[in-house]
Design a binder for this molecule. Structure first.
Ligand code: 6R9
Length: 654
């Protein structure tokens, strides 16, 4: 047994531990206890009894097997899915140590399957054809719809036939730039059905960001819709795609077709700009195709999708996930972290533009035959009696937010799965298993099956027991990403070189005396705004593209609502005066180049930036100024010009 699980073992065997869990109702013991860490929230007896993992004992038994015999553990689970041919002798092979050669992760290699088949055909064939797969709630109260598994299957097949007919083959990429319409998961599944690689670009990204992704993955087709309504506002998505496509063709990457869904409630066909020969109306062509389509069988290690995510430097990274391991991992994490049961109706508020929408709106739930709701909305007006489990992801949830979620949304009854994971990890890594053990508000608790988290110090040495440091993972898991698209070097440099022998997450973490994990946020230059990952470098390069901006440095600051806010220090070109208009146009440049969600919350005028003698910006100091912790600036003597700091402080509230 790994070290950090000792506490669970003691919970499992100690009379005041596991024995107690089933007997206690969901009570919060917090008030009387000294520290947050000791604040235990127990699952109810009823919940634990019916849970897939009802006790710490059961978890430990499964977890230990998953670590001692990963091949056996995961192949037992994989056998519950459809494989045209079984994988080879070796269930997995890995090298996570850069000093030993190329980083390589493979799961179920040689196994032949298709994730779309497992999501749809398998469910239809097993008698679930009439079960609702997707319930969709539109922006307007009366705009909605649902699809059963059979109907979804038919829609996916029609689109898959269209794609094939339009030259999309196995291994080709398709960019999807759609809001949360049912057509979004439909397109993902249609790509998967024919072995094409989908790359969903969140429909809040600007033309510039879309262009960057088009240039990187060179899609055969772009799938979009004409417009979408956000509240009362109409966003013309097609215009954004047009701009990106015309720019990309000027740069030598021309996309053959742009399949456009008419999102009637937002904009009519007639009002949509059109490029003959390239643009195709979805409703005109797709419904004419047959409602069955042969599956293109793929190897477990064939790519399934690319999803771009922000790094601390340079252009966005194309995180590549393959088919087999991702399929098994998302299906399994979904089942256990939400204690999924066949009669459940499941709703995840994430947009498919992010990894959560891939793994836990589309693939994980559909692989389990679940009924999924697609909607972004709110909750307290309705009865919440049927809620069983709540989930949270994307950023550290502080104990008071946790309590609100638990008490108000969940009526103090529903366990919360605070799931820590990343685009790169494919699925949940550290997560409560509801019913299995007591939770601590704000802690993601313990690792999922097959995951070996470690905390290392600056030198990359593993630290045991109660500690804080950098969160790494020691061995591979099926859902791990396999490379950064077209840049395996960057993959190794970013994730495996910082601490040789481990996958480095980029997050800081501490482990308390009971072995619970507490995520403390990014330790690199990535800002997490309302769960959106934004690289400081991206925002900076958008700012400096403004003709009047000479230099910019961006840091994250605590933000009451968004978790972190974006705080930008801007040095103007000599002679340009500060003005409110200029401030606005700087914000606009970021909105246009990245997207509205990346707009700086604050622009702080900076006559110059604090730099070391070798020219490195000292962000540590900027962070302190941004959060007004002026008495904690620390040593500023290594600055080339320490007087910069006083100038910045003087301008703090201007
Ligand atoms: C799934 C997702 C990943 C980053 C990750 C971390 C933060 C995610 C968290 C969490 C604290 C949690 N993060 N889950 N921090 N507690 N439960 O969000 O993927 O968009 O790639 O972001 O989000 O900092 O490194 P992604």
């Amino acid at each position: 047994t790994t070290n950090h699980l000792r506490h669970l073992e003691s919970m499992a065997t100690h009379p005041s531990g596991a024995g107690k869990i089933p007997r206690l109702n969901a009570v919060i013991l917090g008030e009387s206890l000294a520290s947050e860490e000791d604040d235990l929230v127990f699952p109810s007896h009823d919940f634990s009894q019916q849970a897939h993992v009802p006790s710490p004992q059961k978890y430990l038994e499964m977890y230990n097997r998953s670590i001692v015999d990963p091949g056996g553990f995961w192949s037992d689970i994989a056998s519950e899915f459809y494989w045209k041919e079984k994988w080879g002798q070796q269930v997995y092979s890995e090298n996570l140590d850069v000093t030993k050669g190329k980083i390589k992760i493979e799961w179920f290699k040689g196994g032949i399957t298709n994730i779309c088949y497992n999501c749809l055909d398998k469910n239809v064939e097993s008698g679930n054809g009439d079960k609702v797969a997707l319930h969709w709630e539109g922006n307007e109260p009366d705009v909605d719809g649902s699809l059963t598994y059979r109907q979804l299957f038919e829609k996916v097949c029609q689109l898959a036939n269209f794609l094939k007919d339009n030259g999309v083959k196995k291994g080709d990429t398709v960019i999807i730039y759609l809001p949360m319409l049912m057509e979004l998961p439909i397109t993902m599944l249609a790509c998967a059905r024919i072995g094409a690689i989908h790359s969903v670009v969140f429909a809040g990204y600007s033309a510039e960001s879309l262009l960057q992704r088009i240039m990187d993955c060179k899609p055969k087709i772009v799938v979009t819709c004409n417009a979408v309504k956000r509240g009362k506002k109409v966003l013309n998505l097609k215009e954004i795609v047009d701009a990106a496509l015309s720019e990309s063709s000027q740069n030598g990457i021309s996309v053959d077709s742009c399949l456009t869904y008419e999102n009637e409630s937002a904009m009519k066909k007639e009002d949509t700009k059109w490029q003959k020969g390239r643009d195709i109306w979805w409703q005109d062509v797709v419904p004419k195709y047959p409602t069955t389509c042969d599956v293109v069988w793929v190897d477990a290690e064939d790519p399934l999708f690319l999803l771009y995510t922000s790094g601390s430097t340079g252009k966005p990274k194309g995180v590549l996930h393959t088919t087999g391991g991702y399929m098994i991992y998302t299906a399994t994490t979904f089942k256990y972290a939400f204690d999924y049961k066949e009669s459940d109706v499941y709703w995840c508020t994430a947009d498919c533009g992010w990894i959560t929408g891939h793994s836990y709106v589309t693939y994980g739930p559909l692989l389990n035959g679940a009924t999924v709701i697609l909607y972004e909305g709110y909750v307290t007006r309705y009865s919440r009696k049927s809620l069983r489990v709540l989930g949270s992801v994307g950023e550290p949830i502080n104990p008071s937010a946790w309590r609100w979620f638990f008490n108000v949304v969940g009526d103090s009854r529903c366990p919360i799965s605070d799931t820590w994971w990343q685009t790169e990890t494919g699925g949940f890594m550290i997560t409560p298993l509801p019913g299995a053990w007591a939770q601590k508000p704000g802690s993601a608790t313990f690792p999922f099956f097959g995951v070996e988290p470690v905390i290392v110090d600056e030198k990359g040495k593993e630290i045991e027991g109660e500690c804080s440091g950098y969160l790494c993972v020691k061995s591979s898991w099926p859902g791990a990403f396999r490379t950064l698209y077209g840049d395996h070097d960057r993959y190794e440099t970013t994730y495996f070189k910082p601490f040789p022998g481990y996958y480095f997450s980029g997050d800081g973490c501490s482990r308390d005396k009971n072995g619970y994990y507490w995520l403390t946020g990014r330790v690199d230059d990535v800002i997490n705004v309302s769960g959106h990952r934004i690289g400081t470098a991206e925002v900076e390069s958008a700012l400096v593209s403004h003709p009047q901006c000479a230099e910019a440095a961006v840091v994250g600051v605590e933000h009451e609502v968004k978790g972190q806010g974006i705080y930008a220090f801007v040095t103007l070109v000599e002679g340009v005066p500060y003005s409110e208009d200029l401030r606005k146009s700087l914000v606009l440049v970021v909105r246009n180049q990245i997207g509205a969600f990346a707009a700086p919350d604050r622009i702080h005028w900076a006559p110059s930036l604090p730099k070391t003698r070798s020219g490195k910006i000292m962000r540590r100091i900027l962070r302190k100024i941004a959060s007004r912790q002026l008495d904690e600036l620390g040593d500023i003597s290594t600055l080339a010009d320490p007087s910069v700091v006083d100038q910045l402080i003087a301008l703090a509230d201007s």
